[in-house]
Design a protein around this ligand. Structure first.
Ligand code: GLN
Length: 561
């Protein structure tokens, strides 16, 4: 592709009718297909809300906060981009209205606008365009920029973004830009029909602001017929071949293959005048085929506060899918509320599972239930994986029940503690602002020789992503170690415990960082991989006649958006 002109092509992905249509998966899938054809892909998301980043938002509202290597707190779609494109992203890949306005207002206060009236057009739109150009001119020199506009066409908040991409398309010309609109074609069961009217309306709304989509991705429960695609084509002025049916599929990783079958990538290449080889999807297809044909079924309990909202644990769910591929196992996640455990005891919820994962979290609610759950799996030799708050709870549990400090707790929850085995990190003292002030992003960690984690990673030094304010209190390190807890990963300056494990347990590992953020479908995270392998080993050892694997009811946790 070296003879291609310097400027990148632009693909803008918008959404119509309703939110949660899977625009992020669609954008990622298009990115993957182009990448597999040899194109250098840059991908970004615009979020129209006024928050500077999602870091301070309630996970119940916003879902997971995805942390990048550079410590940015981003939208969960950035996680999909990273997983599909097997590429680590940064703050340049997720832009919010809050960030755009922050920049403009500081500039205005400095007097940089030289007395001009500062307005949405041109100042806000210019700043949005600048953010796209910044990614375009980044070191990687992408040949195509895929920019997803969050929200739904018709929202007041997303108008400046749509206006900015309209202007960019005007500047670059139609041969260098492509608009892809993701829309909903609902099935109305009483009429027994798919309905195209919402799609027509949302395309009309786009046209009113000067955008004519080139391609429509029609989300529906089932594939939509040729006849219906022709109808949509007629009403929306999009060729029938570019009306793509994007029906629900069992795994999000099948979406690229569905698009490929309909030649979506060929349409894009033709539009941009790219004569390039077909994509090589062999490895990807092999991965999907293994997801769809598991030999084993595992049950892993996930015990946290937000169990009713799966989006809060998106990367964890995906990391289990990836790890399952390695063990040829479908991992069914059993969501257990920590508050229920506190009320009814751990045994009821954990006696039939093959492993327990306690994810990250904030706040005291449910912590006692988590500690009880950890005690149960520790005493019953059931594989355990603790992430961030999950690891901190494991340390509290150990301090209480093995070291005899019955009132051990975390300084996060109670200030006046006799044994704050988890306490505030030194550099967090005096921090008063909540946004972007945690210990965030990638930090190195040194692994102890001959530990489970060192064997997992197969190396002595790792880099993982963090998002926390509290840490293992160094005053208790010796006591924990004397009582058998191995502090198997430590920061290079030796001040911070990053990993703990129990050497005499089937698999008991706690990490202060978030390994789920770095797991990729074709490269599962080593700790998830080995945790799942340990859960499988546990299951194979513990099958009893009453409760065979075959008899276990399998409720797949579908990895859909
Ligand atoms: N609340 C804990 C802390 O800030 C854990 C954070 C997390 O689990 N991400 O240290």
């Amino acid at each position: 592709m070296s003879e291609m002109n310097k400027k990148a092509k632009y693909i803008f992905v918008t959404g119509g009718v309703v939110s949660s249509l899977g625009k992020g998966i669609a954008a990622s899938s298009i990115g993957l297909l182009l990448q597999k054809r040899g194109i250098k892909v840059g991908i970004m998301k615009f979020d129209p809300y006024l928050n500077v980043d999602p870091g301070t938002m309630n996970p119940f509202q916003h879902g997971e906060v995805f942390v990048t290597d550079d410590g940015s707190e981003t939208d969960l779609d950035i996680g999909h981009y990273e997983r599909f494109l097997n590429q680590s992203l940064s703050k340049h890949n997720n832009i919010t209205t809050g960030q755009v306005y922050n920049t403009i207002i500081s500039r205005e206060r400095r007097g940089d606008y030289l007395g001009a009236t500062v307005q949405v057009i041109p100042h806000v739109t210019e700043e949005i365009k600048e953010r796209i150009r910044r990614l375009e001119n980044s070191e990687d020199h992408p040949e195509v920029i895929i920019a997803e506009i969050g929200g739904t066409v018709g929202d007041i908040e997303s108008l400046p973004f749509l206006e900015a991409i309209r202007q960019l398309a005007q500047e670059r010309g139609p041969a260098n830009t492509l608009f892809i609109h993701v829309t909903l074609v609902p099935y109305i069961s009483t009429a027994g029909e798919f309905k195209t009217k919402p799609t027509q309306h949302s395309v009309r709304e786009l046209r009113e602001i000067g955008i004519q989509p080139n391609i429509l991705l029609c989300r529906s429960e089932e594939p939509i017929s040729e006849e219906l695609r022709q109808k949509i084509s007629l009403f929306c002025s999009v060729p029938t071949s570019s009306v793509i049916t994007a029906e629900d599929v069992p795994s999000i990783y099948e979406v690229p293959m569905n698009f490929r079958r309909q030649k979506l990538d060929d349409i894009i290449c033709e539009h941009f005048g790219w004569e390039i080889p077909e994509p090589d999807l062999a490895e990807w297809e092999e991965m999907v085929s293994r997801i769809n044909n598991p030999e084993h079924h595992l049950k892993i309990a996930v015990c946290g506060k937000y169990v009713t909202l799966k989006d809060a644990y998106k990367s964890i769910i995906e990391a289990f899918v990836h790890a399952g591929v390695e063990s040829n196992a479908a991992v069914e996640l059993v969501w257990v509320s920590s508050e229920e455990i506190k009320k009814e005891g751990a045994r009821k919820f954990l006696k039939d599972v093959d492993g327990l994962l306690i994810p990250g979290g904030f706040g005291e609610r449910g912590v006692e239930g988590k500690i009880e759950a950890i005690r149960y799996v520790r005493e019953n030799n059931i594989p355990f994986f603790g992430i961030c708050l999950g690891m901190q709870c494991a340390v509290i549990e150990y301090a209480r029940n093995i070291c005899g400090l019955t009132d051990a707790h975390s300084f996060e929850f109670y200030r006046d503690l006799k044994h704050p085995v988890i306490h505030l990190m030194a550099d967090q003292e005096g921090v008063t602002e909540l946004g972007g002030t945690m210990r965030l992003g990638a930090y190195p960690c040194i692994l102890e020789e001959n530990t489970k984690v060192q064997k997992s990673y197969g190396t002595d030094e790792i880099s993982e992503r963090h998002r926390h304010r509290y840490e293992v209190n160094n005053a208790y390190r010796d006591m924990l170690a004397e009582k058998g807890m191995l502090l198997s990963g430590i920061s290079p300056d030796k001040r911070l415990v990053e990993i703990i494990e129990l050497p005499d347990h089937a698999w008991f590992v706690g990490v202060q960082f978030h390994p789920e953020l770095k797991s990729r479908p074709t490269a599962p995270h080593p700790l998830f991989r080995d945790f799942v392998a340990a859960a499988l080993e546990y299951q194979l050892k513990n099958i009893d006649t009453e409760d065979t694997v075959a008899k276990r009811t399998l409720r797949f946790t579908k990895s859909t958006e």
